[in-house]
Structures are given as structure tokens and as C-alpha cells.
Ligand binder design. Structure first.
Ligand SMILES: C[S@@+](CC[C@H](N)C(=O)[O-])C[C@H]1O[C@@H](n2cnc3c(N)ncnc32)[C@H](O)[C@@H]1O
Length: 209
């Protein structure tokens, strides 16, 4: 009997969902382990942080966040596609997996009794979004990110000069005082880099929980 490995099943599921929803999945294969390690390096090694993940897909970043948290803090993952969310919730019972739009981040956190996020890790396909949508989603991020929190997101290096990627960079600089690009992660298909964004410019007020 042939046994298919979980990564292979995830790659097939990912490709299938890309074919169904090309503009929300916007990638043909899940992110690699090296990109997952790079983007989740923002999760602190101590304390009890609230980590929010946007667009977890088949869970490439989810697994890395869970490894770093090692049982500490909270981990909420918001995924718009139910076909990704259902298996993710089964695989990671310690993660609060929410089927929904990342634009409703504030409501999701409130429903989970959380007033803010310390770390937000995004797997969202920014390049596939129109300007207004990008802006709404970034606004939702800065609305809940703690003043000393960190937002990480990635971009494919081959398309860094395409208009949506340029627009994303401008928006990140408009919304954060510090935006630091990491090194290219060559061991990803396609190669990508991570932006580490700190000190949101918009005033944050803790939400009643
Ligand atoms: C490029 S894939 C990344 C998946 C995974 N993080 C990875 O790196 O392998 C984008 C993911 O974002 C999800 N997504 C797209 N728009 C979303 C939204 N508005 N809210 C939540 N998830 C969204 C898609 O369904 C998909 O799972």
C-alpha cells in the first residue's frame, strides 16, 4: 500500500484550493520551513504572548508558531477558506482557528476575550489584493497590534518591483515607524523576504474584553 506523506497531501490540497480560489490563495504551494522559521522569529522566546496568524492555509507558519510558543500564550489563526481551516483546527487543537476575514480581526480577538495582539504573522497574499483591500487589512492589523508589538509579512523577491508590492511597501512605511526587510529566503519557492514591522503609527487603545 502506498502511504502519502502529510506534506504531499498538503501540497495537493493547496494546489486544489489555488485552482478554486486563485485570488485569495495566490500561491501554488505552501511556504517552506525556512520561510516559516524566518517569519515567526518575531514570536518572543519568553512570556505569554498573544500571537495572531492571518491566512494560515495548510499551516506552514502555524507549526512554526506553535514550536516557538511551546505551550505558552495564545495563538489565534484567521483563515477565510473553510477547506483549509477545518483540517488545521483538527491538527492544532491548541490553536483557536477562526473561519473568517482577517479584516474583522478586532471582532475576532474580542470574541476570544483578547484586547490586543503582541505578534501578528501574515500569510496573506498582498499582491493579489486591490489597493483599498490592502489598506483595510493593514488598518485591521494596526488597530489591534500592541505599541511594542511586531507585525511580520512576506513578499516574493521576483515581484518586488511590481506595482502591488511597491504599494504594500509604501503602506507598511505609512503605517509603521520601523519596517526592516530580512534577507532573501532562497530555500522557498519562489524565493521570498520577510518584513519586520514595529511601532504602529496609529494610536492603539486597548479593547474592552
Ligand atoms: C499565499 S497563501 C499562504 C498560506 C500559508 N500561510 C503559507 O504560507 O503556506 C494565502 C492564504 O491566505 C488566505 N486568505 C486570503 N485572504 C484572506 C482573508 N481576507 N482573511 C483570511 N485569510 C485569507 C488564503 O485562503 C490562503 O490560505
Amino acid at each position: 500500500m502506498t502511504v502519502i506523506s502529510r506534506p504531499a497531501i498538503e501540497r495537493i490540497a493547496f494546489l486544489r484550493e489555488f485552482l478554486r480560489h486563485p485570488f485569495t490563495v495566490a500561491a501554488v504551494t505552501p511556504s517552506s520551513g525556512p520561510l516559516a522559521d524566518t517569519i515567526t522569529a518575531s514570536v518572543p522566546a519568553t512570556g505569554s504572548p498573544t500571537v495572531v496568524e492571518l491566512g494560515p492555509g495548510t499551516g506552514a507558519f502555524t507549526a512554526a508558531v506553535q514550536r516557538r510558543l511551546a505551550g505558552r500564550g495564545r495563538h489565534v489563526a484567521i483563515e477565510i477558506n473553510e477547506r483549509f481551516a477545518a483540517p488545521l483546527a483538527m491538527r492544532f487543537p491548541q490553536v483557536d482557528v477562526v473561519v473568517g476575514d482577517a479584516a474583522h480581526l478586532r471582532d475576532v480577538l474580542q470574541r476570544h476575550g483578547l484586547g490586543h495582539a503582541d505578534v501578528i504573522v501574515s500569510g496573506l497574499p498582498w499582491a493579489a489584493f486591490a489597493a483599498e483591500r490592502q489598506d483595510d487589512l493593514l488598518g485591521a492589523v494596526t488597530e489591534v497590534l500592541a505599541p511594542d508589538g511586531v507585525f511580520t509579512t512576506f513578499a516574493y523577491t521576483a515581484t518586488l518591483w511590481a506595482p502591488p508590492a511597491v504599494r504594500l511597501r509604501r503602506s507598511l512605511h505609512a503605517r509603521f515607524e520601523e519596517v526592516v526587510p530580512g534577507r532573501t529566503v532562497w530555500a522557498n519557492f519562489p524565493p521570498a523576504l520577510v518584513y519586520y514591522c514595529r511601532r504602529p503609527r496609529t494610536p492603539f487603545s486597548s479593547m474592552p474584553v
